[in-house]
Ligand binder design. Structure first.
Ligand SMILES: Cc1ncc(COP(=O)(O)O)c(C=O)c1O
Length: 425
């Protein structure tokens, strides 16, 4: 029976038992941090070899460029080839950047604000009265923070398991103030969903009232499979070109969770026109990015097959953690009607949904017990989940025993908060 079907007396009895467990956990004075999606030490160790001097031998790129000196703004050829294979674009459709793709996204939006998008007849966005921005939810908190900070009005559009609600999006883009959207096409943060080719085609081809409508497509998890290999997916830039809207999308990615977060290499891709637009501003912004890091990444990872072989090693380390979370949630909560959760084939997160109105209470309850989860609401614009239901679980960083203990505590908190909510009614 689900909790909703139980009578009040039975619920009260369960509540008492769960509080007993909760207080026992509390007495253990635990301190677990489950807040951010970071690789664990074993995963980082997979790339230690990249530190070897052999990957920098000669300090010259294949085109004989000296990597220790200024120059080569768009990236050395071997890094462009590697990242273009990873992101599924041509080598003339990419700029390889520094250590952070998020930084490239931020810069891109600031550029749009200051100078516009390079679309004929369109103003810099800062000259517009209002900029509205579509945010598929639940989504990545840092995306939402960037567009919030720039003063855009954020519009949440629900993700439906194969991408966002397209009816809603097609309606929204009739408004010329809606200038663009965030998108994480594969193993989305936090739902793990993979956008269907049909939705990618719709996004690429839909009519938009704004001529300078832009999709910021963050393919952060494109090679981050957990099981068989990366999901096959229509490339978003390709789809935009096919639809006759080649300039609609900028595509981003990085090796942050392939090699070292904060010390990887990033890339931004777009139509040849968009790349020319980008370089015309980038050339003022910086002389070049870190080519030494580009060279060792290119030599260490080799090519697409090299990346996939490397990601397989990551998957071997983290899949057991995803499975452990699923196993505990299934054992403790399946059939009770108080929690649903994702079973992703890739990415870094498991997304859970409590009964409406319970997520903040669950996170607070777990915190009191020494287990920190990402604050409820973080996966929504303005940190406001209208249902107060979504919590993002990041299983990769903690050792498996810690993870298991944290999830068991989470289950107790979910039971307690759900019963308290049901008894309120
Ligand atoms: C969807 C998404 N994009 C971007 C990033 C950060 O990427 P980078 O390290 O390249 O800035 C993250 C990190 O968690 C992420 O989840």
């Amino acid at each position: 029976m689900t909790y909703k079907e139980l009578d009040r007396e039975t619920l009260k009895k369960i509540l008492k038992e769960e509080y007993k467990k909760y207080n026992n956990y509390k007495n253990l004075e635990l301190s677990y941090d489950m807040t951010r999606g970071k690789p664990c030490k074993l995963q980082l160790d997979l790339s230690n070899e990249m530190e070897s001097r052999k990957y920098l031998q000669g300090f010259h790129s294949i085109s004989d460029q000296e990597v220790r000196n200024y120059g080569v703004l768009d990236g050395i050829p071997e890094a462009k080839k590697l990242m273009s294979e990873m992101l599924g674009v041509g080598t003339d459709e990419i700029v390889v950047g520094g250590n952070s793709s998020l930084n490239l996204m931020y810069d891109m939006l600031v550029r749009f604000m200051l100078f516009g998008t390079g679309t004929e007849g369109c103003k810099p966005w800062s000259k517009e009265e209002k900029i509205k921005w579509i945010c598929p939810v639940p989504g990545y908190d840092r995306h939402f923070l960037i567009t919030e900070k720039l003063g855009f009005e954020l519009i949440a559009v629900p993700l439906l398991g194969d991408g966002p609600d397209m009816d809603m999006i097609k309606d929204l883009v009739k408004d010329p103030a809606v200038k663009g959207m965030w998108m994480i096409p594969k193993y989305s943060n936090p739902t793990g969903e993979v956008y269907s080719d049909a939705k990618i085609r719709e996004l690429a081809s839909m009519e938009t009232a704004a001529n300078d409508f832009r999709i910021l497509c963050d393919d952060a998890y494109t090679v981050h499979f957990l099981r068989k290999g990366p999901a096959k997916q229509l490339n978003v830039l390709e789809a935009c070109k096919e639809a006759g809207n080649p300039d609609r999308v900028f595509l981003f990615g990085s090796t942050s969770k392939v090699t070292f977060p904060g010390a990887g290499i990033s890339a931004v891709c777009g139509s040849e026109k968009n790349i020319r637009f980008l370089l015309s501003y980038l050339t003022v912004q910086t002389i070049c990015y870190d080519k030494i890091n580009q060279l060792r990444h290119a030599r260490f990872l080799g090519d697409y097959n090299g990346i996939i072989a490397h990601m397989k090693k990551h998957a071997e380390i983290i899949l057991p953690k995803f499975e452990a979370v699923d196993k505990i949630l299934t054992r403790e909560l399946e059939g009770l009607g108080i929690l649903s959760w994702t079973k992703p084939d890739g990415g870094y997160f498991i997304s859970i949904n409590t009964l409406p109105g319970c997520a903040s209470a669950v996170v607070a309850k777990a915190k009191e017990c020494g287990v920190k989860f990402t604050p409820a609401g973080s996966t929504f614009p303005y940190k406001k989940d209208p249902q107060d239901s979504n919590i993002r679980i990041a299983p990769t960083l903690p050792p498996i025993q810690e993870l298991e203990a944290a999830i068991k505590i989470l289950c107790v908190c979910v039971k307690i908060c759900s019963i308290e909510k049901l008894l309120e009614a």
